[in-house]
Write a protein that binds this ligand. Structure first.
Ligand SMILES: Cc1cc2nc3c(=O)[nH]c(=O)nc-3n(C[C@H](O)[C@H](O)[C@H](O)COP(=O)(O)OP(=O)(O)OC[C@H]3O[C@@H](n4cnc5c(N)ncnc54)[C@H](O)[C@@H]3O)c2cc1C
Length: 508
């Protein structure tokens, strides 16, 4: 059978692309190597706990936001419950203990009260960030608008232009004097990249605006609910989603991607199955496509195109099951960023992430602060997370790897104990996921969930567009444009589908 589109991978980018294409009447096949859909947007079960693999905070749904429109169109809100979080985050650093409110106006007022000498700069900061958000919302949608506005880019989009020329750290240095204020504003910059002085202001400000202006959310029951919903949606529209099917190569004929070979049920030695389609969409990591899935000349062309692009950092997570909610021992916040006291200023944030785990700054997310649906009555789950790198775990044998995971969990839990006394005692279950774990379950190069690093030199336009240089091959993932995170992956999937539909129409 010839499909219209075959999607390699059922992460959020792949699922969104397939959902839109199936809705538009395409015959779609999604092949996923894991036994659940979602990639990083999944959960797993231990004892009676549901552990959330990836989601801490999803940025909100402004009336004009692309995510709201996409989720509206795909009926997501009819079945999935998004829980608004009580605050953005708490920062603990030296003598600073600051809770960042979830409402923009409250946040501004609180920051001005805490840092009165920076009042004018605080206003400027929020004016820039929210202004950038408005420019993004008003980006041209039609070719005609693009022609008119595109030619006048810096005049129509001055904030957008500026955001692609500055780093987040550099921008804040120019605005503010107080290190504490900068640290508060950059506490969650690790959501985008590990070094705020490399992090493109575009990614930071666009993402932060979405949180500041539209709130932060968690998905009731965990992100698996969203991934499962999208899979069902594709199936209801007549599409197929096959789990435990690993794509081993992309078939190229006359320089065009025309199909894929895959291992049914991932059984070694079982014959490879070939399927064909008009378009192939890779949700799989672009370096994997270039290094493993494409043959010959096509592989070399793509390798050359990405040779200068650097993958983003990865994440280490200690998953925790509590025998009672941490709020019963005094925790008051959903997410707490603990910046290590050895960090002197925002300039040291990046080097701190390469320190030992006894010094690396971390975030504690307490899902028990909301009605998350992740734990049985009277219990709760949480995670401790820090930036990490696959190289930190390379070359260890099975036993050494296990021991290192145990020791890292112990160190991080002991450090959390200092911020939240009594937490050690309420831990009923713990498990550590490393960059190698992310790599193993999602095949993401270096275990990065963000795709190519969201640095100044790799800002949106310099990333790979959703249409690849190989005819018939498209990308829908954090590795492509616009970038990483739930929202980035969903947008990439949707734009990819639009491009596929446009090309299909124009080829007919
Ligand atoms: C610990 C952690 C915390 C995070 N926190 C947040 C957060 O709070 N907020 C936020 O917005 N984002 C967060 N993220 C990031 C976000 O989850 C990811 O950026 C996003 O989900 C990536 O989606 P994707 O579509 O690019 O694909 P991925 O999730 O990477 O999925 C790719 C899929 O393709 C499949 N695949 C790959 N190769 C093949 C093959 N050859 N054959 C078949 N299938 C294949 C994989 O199995 C996988 O299912 C977090 C991620 C992690 C890991």
């Amino acid at each position: 059978m010839i499909y219209d589109s075959i999607v390699i991978g059922a992460g959020l980018g792949g699922l969104t692309a397939a959902a839109k294409l199936a809705k538009e009447g395409q015959k779609v096949l999604v092949l996923e190597q894991h036994d659940v859909p979602g990639g990083c947007a999944t959960t797993f079960h231990r004892k009676k706990f549901t552990m959330e693999v990836g989601l801490h905070e999803l940025d909100g749904f402004g009336e004009n936001s692309f995510k709201k429109k996409i989720f509206d169109e795909l009926g997501v809100f009819d079945e999935i419950e998004f829980i608004r979080l009580p605050e953005f985050y708490r920062t603990v650093w030296k003598d600073t203990d600051f809770v960042f409110p979830e409402s923009l106006e409250e946040a501004k007022a609180k920051l001005k009260k805490e840092f009165p000498e920076e009042t004018a700069s605080i206003e400027k900061y929020f004016r820039f960030v929210t202004g950038l958000g408005k420019e993004i919302e008003n980006m041209p949608r039609t070719k005609r608008q693009k022609r008119i506005k595109g030619s006048l880019f810096p005049f129509f989009y001055p904030k957008l232009a500026r955001s692609t020329l500055n780093s987040a750290g550099g921008f804040l240095d120019k605005l503010f004097h107080d290190e504490r204020l900068k640290m508060i504003l950059l506490s969650n910059s690790s959501y985008y990249h590990d070094d705020p002085y490399e992090l493109s202001l575009f990614y930071f400000a666009a993402g932060q605006n979405s949180y500041y202006s539209n709130g932060s959310y968690f998905i009731k029951g965990g992100s698996q609910k969203l991934s499962d919903y999208l899979m069902r949606y594709i199936q209801k529209q007549g599409g197929e989603v096959l789990l435990r099917q690993e794509v081993t190569s992309i078939i190229i004929e006359n320089d065009r991607a025309v199909g894929v070979s895959y291992l049914g049920e991932k059984k070694k030695g079982s014959p490879e199955i070939q399927v064909f389609a008009r378009q192939i969409i890779a949700n799989a990591a672009i370096p994997q496509v270039a290094g493993k899935l494409l043959p010959g000349v096509s592989a070399r062309r793509l390798q050359q195109q990405i040779a200068h692009l650097k993958p983003g950092p990865s994440i280490l997570t200690v998953y925790l099951g509590f025998n009672k909610p941490p709020k019963e021992i005094g925790n008051e916040n959903y997410s707490t960023f603990v910046i290590d006291n050895s960090v002197i200023s925002t300039k040291n944030i990046a080097e701190n992430y390469h320190e030992g785990f006894d010094k690396r700054s971390f975030v504690f997310v307490d899902y028990g602060m909301i009605d998350s649906g992740l734990a049985p009555e009277g219990k709760a789950t949480g995670v401790i997370c820090t930036m990490d790198y696959a190289a930190d775990w390379a070359g260890l044998d099975k036993e050494a790897y296990r021991k290192k995971k145990e020791s890292v969990a112990k160190i991080l839990i002991a450090r959390l104990e200092k911020v939240l006394p009594g937490v050690e005692k309420i831990i009923e279950y713990k498990e550590t996921g490393t960059p190698l774990t992310i790599q193993r379950y999602t095949f993401n190069t270096e275990g990065t969930p963000y795709g190519f690093a969201q640095t100044l030199s790799q800002t949106a336009k310099k990333r790979l567009p959703v249409k690849s240089i190989i005819p018939g091959l498209y990308f829908a993932s954090a590795w492509s444009s616009p970038g990483g995170g739930f929202s980035g992956a969903v947008l990439s999937g949707y734009t990819c589908a639009l491009k596929v539909l446009y090309d299909a129409r124009n080829e007919e």
